[in-house]
Ligand binder design. Structure first.
Ligand SMILES: C[S@@+](CC[C@H](N)C(=O)[O-])C[C@H]1O[C@@H](n2cnc3c(N)ncnc32)[C@H](O)[C@@H]1O
Length: 188
């Protein structure tokens, strides 16, 4: 079931984004590097590709998965404390992860800090709508991790508060999950 979830969400993101090889890309919660592998295959190689994740176990798997690829950097920061210089990345991807961030305001400030002024942020995550809200409550109750799922509207408000404008958005359903996708650029 989890593999089907990953395939559906990765395929959706990949169908929505476009990356140039001459760009610096941050996958802010890269997990086991599955998406990075797909990004390289479809759009790469990139000038800079950073796979960040605070879980060392996830990063270990990612490093193994991507060991044949050159020019990939790994970092272990929490999204709330991204220790990269300001204006580093042309593109930031946040996939299936924002709902885990304990301090989402702080994380958004950090994403804004490390994105170049003309950069693009793609956020794709669970969407707290309809009957899915009941499933989220159950997951939150059963999960040891922090779960704070926003609706599309709530995410748009957070983005707007941090000087992002919404360029593209959509919502869809896969089995009992609801998702949103957003492309946000910094306001000019
Ligand atoms: C469900 S996995 C998604 C991995 C990958 N993006 C994907 O879709 O295949 C969620 C990831 O978020 C990471 N994560 C949890 N809290 C985080 C935080 N505060 N900052 C950055 N990443 C975090 C976890 O370590 C985990 O690898």
């Amino acid at each position: 079931m989890y593999n089907a979830y990953l395939k559906n969400t990765h395929d959706h993101l990949l169908s929505k984004i476009d990356l140039s090889q001459h760009s610096s890309v941050l996958d802010v919660s890269a997990g086991t590097g599955l998406l990075a592998e797909e990004l390289i295959l479809k759009f790469g190689p990139f000038d800079q590709l950073v796979l960040n994740d605070p879980s060392t176990k996830m990063l270990e798997v990612a490093e193994k998965r991507l060991k044949t690829h050159n020019n990939i950097e790994f970092a272990g920061f929490f999204a709330e404390k991204l220790n990269f210089p300001e204006n580093t990345f042309d593109h930031i991807i946040c996939l299936n992860s924002f709902h885990y961030y304990a301090d989402q305001e702080k994380a958004m400030k950090q994403l804004k800090k490390v994105l170049k002024p003309d950069g693009t942020l793609w956020v794709q995550d669970w969407d707290r709508v309809g009957a899915f809200r009941i499933a989220i409550k159950l997951i939150d109750w059963l999960s040891p991790e922090n779960i704070n799922v926003r609706s599309l509207n709530e995410m748009k408000i957070l983005l707007d508060d941090h000087d992002f404008s919404i360029v593209e958005q959509n919502q869809w359903r896969f089995r009992w999950w609801n998702f949103f996708f957003i492309r946000a650029d910094l306001k000019k």
